[in-house]
Design a binder for this molecule. Structure first.
Ligand code: MTE
Ligand code: MO
Length: 512
């Protein structure tokens, strides 16, 4: 074995210990902070995805879907483990030249300070620092006094590490770190969240439902078509699209929404102000511009809403303004025309519960008829502008601030015992509404009208469609197309989602 190989081998246990400390530190942070921005990985993931070139993000969204976010979270996790491990290795080197535990403590302090810098969450940062100090401290003591109680000489020249853990010690540290990691994940997902409200809703827990709300929800379930496997008119599970893997946690008691920019006077409203305003339950459907043509990022809910228009009057917004930049706690920002804001709502409850954290607690914007992206969650600021500006997704090449495209989706194909087939889905055209859905079972040669769910009240609500037919022999092409409330047919021409949203007719090959 040459000298280089010998040195590398001698250093291996130290690297193992450092990695163990890295895993333990990250796990400890998660154990304390849970899935909040206090978790050291969260801000790193956020910075990563914000620094990512638009083309990469678009590729991830349109081909990987939400998997892209898992990849980005994994990358950030490995990165942070690596950085903590490097700091721990530094601690091991220092330990060889200092009295017992000094190197371990130093590494813990540096990791803790770094975590505070990155997260701004002191308590959760202790969660990262303490395990690192403990792992290194244990190894330090073992290396000095273990193996028959003999103190080992310090300042050795062999290897690259100061304190020279043997292979057994390193393996034990790794095993302990992974055990600790598993414990951290369990703790973090159950109880984590010391620096915020944790995984739960950030809003007050009392349900926001009124008699009105219950009536409307009952109406939605009555009007939902009785087709097996078809999502009801109020979605069972509402999709999520977020720029960060970890959502912000906002305390409703300290939340404010501020009107800034070209206003007569800057005005802030807090959560109590919002709750004291006249509100009403409203059905509003959202659809993401980045979804596939027959994708599942389109859902409907009943929101408790406050209109924005009276606030614009109160604040004093003159006609010289064109636009608004809506900003959010997670660093997201979108710009769109003032005319759309005049018809927007602020929502603080969803399906008779306070707004869930993942949907923007304590308050989000709803802009009827527009692509999901300008329905800004965790809303904190509305900046009134005299000149156009560029939003987060538009900086990355998307054109998603306008009205939605018309679509009829085909999500259900049921074969019945009598040999007939029922196809079904949802149709949506924003504020234009849906007047008709047509189905072809011969690849577009002939068309029949589908039955539609009875309309729900509201200016921006989807409908369901269903169509039963006796299939021909063999595979056949089912095609579906919607007409909006103005009688305009959904365009046939296929467009991918980037940059202006998917378009075209949904087709599916069905076997009898
Ligand atoms: N603050 C903030 N608001 C946001 C987003 C975001 O990442 N951050 N995503 C937008 C996008 S692209 C869509 S499609 C909708 C999705 O809303 P949902 O997650 O409640 O379904 O929120 C929009 N509002
Ligand atoms: Mo979106």
């Amino acid at each position: 074995m040459n000298e280089y190989a010998r040195r590398t081998r001698a250093a291996l246990p130290a690297v193992g210990v450092a990695l163990a400390a890295g895993v333990a530190g990250v796990a400890g942070s998660y154990a304390v902070a849970g899935s909040t921005t206090g978790y050291v990985v969260a801000p790193v993931e956020s910075a990563l995805s914000q620094a990512m070139p638009g083309a990469v993000v678009t590729f991830a969204i349109t081909t990987l879907g939400s998997l892209g976010q898992q990849v980005s979270l994994l990358t950030a996790t490995l990165l942070v483990v690596g950085v903590v491990a490097a700091l721990a290795l530094g601690g091991l080197l220092v330990a060889g030249r200092t009295p017992p535990l000094v190197g371990a403590l130093a590494a813990g302090v540096v990791v803790g300070a770094g975590a505070v810098l990155v997260t701004g969450a002191p308590l959760a940062s202790l969660g990262a620092a303490v395990p690192v100090a403990v792992v290194l401290g244990a190894v330090d003591l073992y290396a000095r006094y273990g193996r028959g109680g003999q103190q080992r000489p310090t300042g050795r020249t062999a290897g690259t590490s100061g304190v020279d853990p043997d292979r057994r010690g390193a393996l034990a540290a790794l095993a302990a770190a992974f055990a600790f990691g598993a414990l951290g994940v369990t703790l973090g997902s159950r109880f984590g969240g010391v620096d915020g409200a944790g995984g739960g809703a950030a809003g007050p827990s009392e349900p926001a439902g009124s008699a009105d709300t219950e009536t409307l929800l009952a109406q939605a379930s009555e009007r939902s078509l009785d087709v097996e496997g078809l999502e009801p008119l109020v979605s069972d599970s509402f999709y999520n699209v977020d720029i960060n893997a970890v959502d912000p946690t906002i305390d409703a008691d300290t939340w404010t929404l501020t009107f800034t920019g070209n206003v007569a006077e800057e005005v802030s409203y807090d959560y109590d102000d919002l709750r004291a305003m006249d509100s009403s339950p409203e059905f509003v459907t959202l659809r993401c511009v980045g979804e596939g043509l027959n994708g599942k990022k389109m859902d409907n809910a009943l929101w408790e809403t406050v209109p924005v228009a009276p606030l614009l009057d109160e604040v004093g917004v003159g006609d010289e303004n064109c636009c608004v930049m809506a900003r959010a706690e997670d660093g997201f920002y979108e710009e769109f025309p003032l005319s759309a804001l005049r018809n927007a709502r602020i929502a603080y409850a969803m399906n008779s519960e306070s707004l869930p954290r993942s949907h923007g607690a304590p308050a989000r914007l709803l802009v009827p008829g527009h692509w999901g992206e300008i329905n800004v969650k965790w809303l904190t600021e509305l900046e009134i502008l005299e000149e156009e500006a560029t939003g987060y997704w538009e900086e990355r090449g998307w054109h998603g601030t306008g009205p939605v495209n018309t679509v009829a989706k085909l999500h259900v194909t049921n074969h019945d015992d009598d040999g007939s087939i029922e196809v079904a889905g949802h149709a949506y055209a924003g504020t234009r509404g849906i007047s008709k859905v047509e189905v072809s079972t011969d690849g577009g040669g002939s068309w029949s009208e589908a039955r539609l769910s009875e309309e729900l009240p509201g200016e921006d609500v989807w409908r369901q469609w269903a169509y039963r037919y006796d299939p021909p022999d063999g595979d056949h092409e089912v095609v579906v197309r919607a007409y909006d409330g103005e009688g305009t047919m959904q365009p046939e021409k296929r467009e991918q989602s980037f940059p202006s949203g998917p378009s075209g007719w949904v087709t599916k090959t069905v076997s009898p």
